[in-house]
Design a protein around this ligand. Structure first.
Ligand code: ZN
Length: 94
């Protein structure tokens, strides 16, 4: 089949690019950054840790977690994998 599209991880934004947009004002100093969790309310003490290296995230209060920005985006916006890859435009055409 021609024009078959295939997910290409290399086309994803970097975790720091992505998370800077998700959390305006994000201050990146180290690999792990703590932010106010977007998966539970209210989160007055930032309890969501996000990794600027691989996109890993984990909330110590509500337990939300995942391994990369795809997992984060799916969870936050309740999207399927395909919808999330469409959002990132991370398809390669063969
Ligand atoms: Zn949380």
């Amino acid at each position: 089949m021609k024009n078959k599209k295939k997910f290409n991880r290399a086309l994803l934004p970097t975790p720091s690019e992505y998370y800077s947009k998700q959390f305006p004002g994000l201050k990146i100093k180290l690999e792990w950054v703590r932010v106010k969790c977007c998966f539970h309310e209210p989160d007055n003490n930032p309890s969501l840790s996000i990794s600027m290296v691989n996109g890993n995230f984990k909330c110590f209060a509500c337990g939300a977690k995942g391994c990369d920005i795809i997992a984060f985006h799916r969870l936050r916006y309740k999207l399927s994998f395909i919808e999330t890859i469409n959002f990132f435009g991370a398809w390669s055409h063969e």
